[in-house]
Ligand binder design. Structure first.
Ligand SMILES: Cc1cc2nc3c(=O)[nH]c(=O)nc-3n(C[C@H](O)[C@H](O)[C@H](O)COP(=O)(O)OP(=O)(O)OC[C@H]3O[C@@H](n4cnc5c(N)ncnc54)[C@H](O)[C@@H]3O)c2cc1C
Length: 182
């Protein structure tokens, strides 16, 4: 049985309960508080520290490579694909607005995709045109053959660079999100 003290503190009623303190749970809590500051939110995490994909990923801060975007557009059409890319792009910007680069080791190092056939290149201009209103760039995906040698990717045929992507420290981001939620 819980004590009166526990019932009035840790177990007090909340408007919204979120299960899981990974990126999804923490960002959801933050979004709810931004939209509805008066709502009370509780996040329940089953582990002492969040133990899920959020602290075990590669730390790529990406919103989709050229071939991913092409594949998505073929599977679900351009409208849905652009909606998804926009959400991911804005998500990345939100991370950068909420936290300083040095707090989460964010580096705008670019995202790269190796291609070993030229077919996707035929879609390059059309995809760039579609993404222009999202990224604000004339060319989100750029063919950058010079970097094949620079990166030591000798046998690769083509290298596509996306200057809007980069990397971050997922552990530090999760820690900062936890602090923000507290
Ligand atoms: C190997 C790998 C590499 C990846 N690389 C990248 C990458 O480079 N870039 C990228 O953007 N994405 C990457 N991802 C994807 C990204 O990590 C996930 O999309 C993201 O972390 C999912 O967050 P989440 O909060 O939904 O899930 P999780 O981080 O898994 O969080 C779920 C949380 O819920 C808790 N939980 C579960 N059940 C309960 C319960 N019943 N009660 C209480 N708590 C519970 C868990 O303990 C956990 O802490 C990668 C994923 C993996 C697995």
């Amino acid at each position: 049985m819980n004590s009166i003290w526990e019932l009035e503190t840790f177990y007090r009623k909340r408007d919204i309960v979120i299960i899981g303190a990974g990126f999804s749970g923490l960002w959801t809590a933050i979004s709810i508080k931004e939209k509805y500051p008066q709502k009370t939110v509780l996040i329940i995490e089953r582990n002492t520290i969040p133990l899920g994909a959020s602290t075990r990923n590669a730390g790529f801060a990406c919103f989709g490579s050229l071939t991913e975007v092409i594949a998505d557009s073929q599977k679900m059409g351009w409208e849905k694909t652009l909606e998804l890319v926009k959400m991911r792009f804005e998500g990345l910007q939100k991370i950068r607005t909420c936290f300083k680069s040095n707090e989460i080791d964010f580096e705008l190092s670019g995202g790269y995709e190796i291609l070993n056939n030229s077919e996707p290149l035929q879609h390059l201009d059309a995809v760039n045109e579609k993404l222009r209103t999202i990224t604000g760039l004339e060319r989100t995906y750029v063919l950058n053959q010079k970097k094949i040698t620079e990166f030591g990717l000798g046998k690769s045929e083509f290298l596509i660079e996306n200057p809007c992507e980069g990397s971050l420290h997922s552990g530090k981001l999760l820690q900062k999100l936890l602090e923000k939620c507290h």
